[in-house]
Design a binder for this molecule. Sequence first.
Ligand code: HEM
Length: 508
Amino acid sequence: MDNSTLILICIAIALIAIALIGPVVRRREFIASFRSFAGPPSLPLFGNALQLNGSPSDFFRLLLEWHSKFGDTYQLWIGLRPFIAMADADHIQQILKSSVHIDKNLEYNLLLPFIGTGLVTNSGPQWFKRRKLLTPTFHFNILEDFIPLIEKQCKTLVKVLRKELNNVTGFDIKPYAKLAALDTIGITAMGCEFNSQENSQLEYVKALDELTAIMQKRFITPWLKPNFLFNLTSLSKRQNACIDVIHTFTKKVIKDRKDNYKLFNNQMSDANKNEIHHGKKYNKALLDLLLELSDDGKILSDKDIQEEVDTFMFAGVDTSSVTLSWMMYVLGKHPEAQDRILEELDEKIPNFGDGKLSVQILHSLDYLDRTIKEVLRLYPSVPFIGRQIYEPLTIGDHTILPGTSIFINVFALHRNEKHFENPEKFDPDRFLKEKRNDQHPFSFIPFSAGPRNCIGQKFAILMIKIAVATVLKSYRVKSIDPEDKLGLVGEIVLNAHNGINVTLEERT
Ligand code: HEM
């Protein structure tokens, strides 16, 4: 071997060594910085996955226990993926307020086959543009028109609940709340009357129900998360079949709505546009507003619109329905709060139910408002919020490096003694205006906070107010189980494995 060959071989070996050493050094730096946070002991390759592999309720409990043991901010590994769990308002503020750390973590990729790049899953400049475009669609003036539609669905809820009046052992309120939310968001977002509360056989409704159940299961089952494993299961085939039904339906609704809306616009003079159409008021759905914004496909394509409509259904139905269910659970434990809500209704809206509700009048229901907040504090419908870190971030003495997933434990934050005195106690007066000023602005985040907060929050609060008031006017609610018997599960929404069981009594 001559000298030049030897030199070439040495250079090649040096380059390979440098190429290998770089990532190893970086990985060591990453692990050293990551381990500066306390956390449960973990195994190579598995991390903490085996400890978390119990039942979904055990998983939820263990994450909370680790907060008590390792502090408000701790580290854990799920397989090779590093997570920082957070329940401290200062640290959470640094994430949620930032305009840099706005990207969702990899768990949200599970939603992509269903909602594509709708607002929940979108990222970067495209998300920013879309968010700016869509924000006005949730303006109060638009929500005002939704009120009669919401009232109608709430009256149906009262009607279908009637059959449970003699059920003295109790029944799970969640399925009822789910269909009520589905019908309400169906009519307001898509302009579709599903009537699922009275006839739950519609293919779309069944597909949406099954799909959300599959996604919830995948969310809490670590081995179902990688696509290559999930695709081997029968769940994957079911998921594809459900998505097919949902997308076919949404596409058809968009097409019909587009045709109808064009026809309507051509037929009506400007002055009459919001008035009578074939004997009925043409209620604009969120979909119509998206069609208006689309400028015939120049700004939003049909696919963009479909993704956003699917996103509204995904983001709105389960969240609103579990919120209503948790409201009933908590009120069922606190008859005095039910009485106070009714007194407030009698005082502020003596003719409740006569079709004269308005955003302003609903806004004046202070006690109901505080009760909703307190229920969302105790049982946040979205118990976890995730972010992926792509830029280094300094938190106290620690640096969080790119590649880390942030896991905001909203449930633990809302019950953190540092932020709420006597946190397990139900006390709507914590949210009195004069007390709110003493609270940390990021200690109560049921709708998240900062630039990626919930775009539908005003709409959701409106729906919950009308639903709770309508149900309480007819029925007295009692809940059956203490919290430790519920089997709390942190799926995409906060669920109760054993049901949210209540009884109803007619109010005389
Ligand atoms: C009580 C009911 C609701 C709760 C508790 C809730 C909660 C949340 C939370 C916590 C987020 C942030 C999620 C994250 O960053 O991972 C979010 C985002 C979102 N929500 Fe809601 N939500 C509710 C109802 C609704 C409704 C009714 C709609 C629409 C019809 C809606 C549409 C959205 C959308 C589109 C986003 C994504 C916003 C963005 O990233 O720009 N939500 N919601």
